[in-house]
Design a protein around this ligand. Structure first.
Ligand code: UDX
Length: 447
């Protein structure tokens, strides 16, 4: 099929590239000429494993092109995907300005029947608005379909080529049939539903995953007080198939472009119809508070933080991405600077992005390596679970630090590693010292 993707952010670019990989003719459009030039010159504006290889391959095969000419791209398309951003407004609501503009642009460019697919995450009812905007501006036939996107950053290519499910929200049988055919090479798990349910599935899924994270983080906070180990608790809970083991990793909470934005938006969507989503409000509140556990642990260990040198490992909101949107590191470093600490920060790839958005940039010392960041520190805080940090020799680390204080915000290190290196070690929801781990692992049967 001939496909056009409007918006070359995470969703639009990765989806467009993956659909070209399975044999479709794909045009990716963006109004940002700089981005289009980069892509045409073989550069990729985001870091995503495997993406560059697929772009090079499919460009070479003539199945993938990048342009800022929207009209021509709509002309040649059977299906037009809208994948532009829906950033949060100050009240938490999704900003639909870009979506609405693109709907108008598509309408004015139409030259025959088109299926318009919304990939961007939009509040329930938005696809009906898009339909109304387009029908006011064109007499050509069209259908508007919602296909929410569930890809994760860092594994976006894999998630797109091998999705758990595809949700197609369509009120038109013709459009639904076309889209089932288009997605069939990716999975058999395709659900067709009405448009509004598809819109809701995306928000409900992200809100549920965020709830799992805040739930396990609260369990972790209780574990610390009662002397239980949250990693064991999560493992034990996860064997129950009804609960499942994923998204039960305790830590300093979620960040990123989706969970924070979508939870706020769903609270707002509910509020607009006079429903107070109390549970989700608490999920957001718990997540915000969880970041500051790092500061509390530092104060517990070092007392007043004024003048103390604190190393930070990890600025991205999670490993394998250079995305720092809503990253816990933003709030944690701000709080440290406010408390008068000296901050030395390092991330394997997100440093440049972080510096662009971080306001106190000039007061942070940007380190060239993990060890540089740790050198002469009074404490070191691990905020992102990059593989690079897991593999550090803790005995060497201890040697170069001023004081052996390690705050592990992602429960990366085992207690054996810590006990051997004699760190003053704080993690999230795990008792500090003494462990039965080796014994436990030797008798644990894999279910
Ligand atoms: C998420 C959803 O997973 C994806 O389906 C949706 O399309 C977009 O939002 P993403 O934001 O890329 O994807 O990252 P994800 O891997 O889900 O992690 C989100 C955040 O939760 C990260 O900050 C991560 O560190 C945190 N997290 C995740 C936990 O703290 N504990 C967990 O057990 C899992």
């Amino acid at each position: 099929m001939n496909l056009t993707f409007i918006g070359t952010g995470y969703v639009g670019l990765v989806s467009g590239v993956c659909f070209s990989e399975i044999g479709n003719q794909v045009t990716c459009v963006d109004k940002d000429l700089g981005k289009i030039e980069m892509l045409n010159n073989g550069e990729v504006p985001i870091y995503e494993p495997g993406l560059k290889e697929l772009i090079d391959k499919n460009k070479g095969l003539g199945r993938l092109r990048f342009t800022n000419e929207l009209t021509e791209a709509v002309h040649r398309a059977d299906v037009v995907f809208i994948a532009v951003g829906t950033p949060s407004l100050p009240n938490g609501e999704a900003n639909l300005e870009f979506i609405e503009q693109v709907a108008q642009d598509i309408a004015l460019a139409m030259n025959g029947y088109k299926v318009v697919v919304t990939k961007s995450t939009v509040p329930v009812g938005t696809n009906d608005k898009i339909k109304a905007i387009i029908s006011q501006l064109t007499s050509h036939p069209f259908d508007v379909v919602s296909i929410p996107e569930f890809l994760r950053e860092g594994s976006a290519v894999k998630d797109t080529l091998h999705p758990d499910r595809i949700i197609i929200g369509s009120d038109s049988e013709q459009a639904a049939r076309m889209l089932v055919e288009l997605h069939h090479p990716l999975t058999d798990q395709i659900m067709v539903t009405e448009v509004r349910s598809a819109e809701m599935i995306k928000y409900a899924s992200n809100a549920f995953l965020a709830t799992k994270i805040s739930f396990i983080n609260e369990i972790a906070n209780i574990c610390e007080k009662v002397g239980a180990d949250v990693t064991h608790v999560a493992q034990g809970m996860g064997y129950d198939k009804r609960i499942g083991s994923s998204f039960l990793q305790a830590g300093i909470g979620y960040g990123g472009s989706c969970f924070p934005k979508d939870t706020h938006a769903l609270i707002q969507i509910a509020g607009n119809v006079d429903y107070e989503f109390k549970l989700l409000k608490s999920v957001v509140e718990v997540n915000q508070g969880q970041r500051f556990n790092v500061i509390a642990k530092l104060k517990h260990s070092l007392g007043d933080l004024k003048g103390k040198v604190i190393g930070i490992w990890g600025l991205a909101f999670k490993p394998d991405t250079d995305d720092v949107r809503e990253a816990p590191a933003l709030d944690i470093i701000s709080a440290l600077l406010e408390a008068g600490a000296v901050v030395k920060a390092y991330d394997p790839i997100a440093m440049e992005n972080f510096r662009k958005v971080f306001e106190g940039d000039e007061t942070v010392e940007w380190a060239g390596s993990a060890m540089d960041a740790a050198e002469n520190c009074d404490a070191l805080c691990l905020l992102t679970d990059w593989a690079e940090f897991k593999n550090v020799q803790l005995s060497e680390l201890r040697q170069i630090m001023n004081q052996p204080v390690l705050i592990d915000g992602r429960n990366v290190f085992t207690k054996e590693q810590i006990n051997q290196a004699e760190f003053q070690y704080y993690s999230i929801g795990r008792p500090q010292v003494g462990s039965l781990d080796q014994f436990r692992e030797s008798i644990l049967l894999n279910p």
